[in-house]
Design a binder for this molecule. Structure first.
Ligand SMILES: [Zn+2]
Length: 255
């Protein structure tokens, strides 16, 4: 099954019933700059989401680096992720998405190992706390940052955690030369995939910014996902995610 919904539900109380009205069944809470929701608020929204048959996920705050040379910064990043997991647990969210870290002056191999070590600790904490959420490091858009497709999939495999495939980030990393079918083929064997999509602008360093979703490209991606029967949730992250998610849902009905 393919489900498409928007990023950003604000306080949620109005937007969750609104999603239902628009026949959308997924959405992502975006803690872009801070964890703006309390556990109490999350507990209030949980039954509202259930009643409206909306499955939520959460994007943890952007500033996260599990590969900092300063231990304090890595620990602060882990706290942000774990605080997000706690909100997610009370909210009934499934995936907790985050950008795992920077490469900096280290090699990509050292970076991979460091991030893997921290991710395993995070996974243990989630387990100990009995939080029913899945850690999902995301494919990132800047070439110099950790999180290309292979790194992301291999990290998930080795740590037995989930992942988030941002198709537009992958496109930016490849300077536009993405073959969606090749990517989709790599995803078809997973039981379930969490993903992001929107239009994107890039420079020779990769991602510049998210832009509105080109309809033709959305149709191309959705057609391949359907062809290969991928079980996937796609969160639209364009500057107008609600309208673009609706556009993608209209395409889904046509193809
Ligand atoms: Zn994304």
């Amino acid at each position: 099954m393919i489900q498409v919904g928007p990023a950003g539900i604000g306080s949620g109380s109005d937007s969750i019933p609104q999603l239902r009205k628009l026949s959308m069944s997924i959405a992502e809470v975006a803690f872009v700059h801070s964890i703006y929701m309390s556990n109490e608020k999350a507990k209030l929204l949980n039954p509202l989401a259930k009643k409206n048959k909306v499955q939520l996920s959460i994007h943890a705050p952007y500033y996260i680096n599990l590969n900092s040379i300063e231990k304090a910064k890595t620990n602060a990043s882990k706290k942000r992720i774990l605080d997000t997991c706690e909100r997610g647990h009370y909210l009934g969210a499934n995936y907790i998405v985050f950008h795992a870290g920077f490469v900096g002056k280290m090699t990509r191999e050292e970076t991979y190992e460091n991030i893997k070590t921290e991710l395993l600790e995070l996974r243990d904490s989630v387990k100990e706390n009995n939080w029913k959420v899945k850690l999902a490091p995301e494919t990132t858009g800047k070439i110099s940052v950790f999180g290309n497709l292979d790194e992301t999939l291999s990290l998930a495999k080795e740590t037995k955690t989930a992942f988030c495939i941002d198709f537009s980030h992958l496109k930016a990393r490849l300077l536009g030369k993405i073959n969606y079918e090749d990517v989709v083929k790599k995803l078809k064997h997973y039981k379930h995939v969490h993903a992001h999509f929107s239009g994107i602008e890039w420079t020779d360093k990769g991602e510049k910014r998210h832009i509105m979703t080109p309809m033709k490209e959305a149709k191309e991606l959705l057609s391949f996902l359907k062809k290969h029967k991928v079980n996937i949730n796609i969160i639209n992250e364009s500057p107008d995610p609600w309208n673009d998610a609706l556009m993608m849902n209209r395409i889904l009905k046509e193809i």
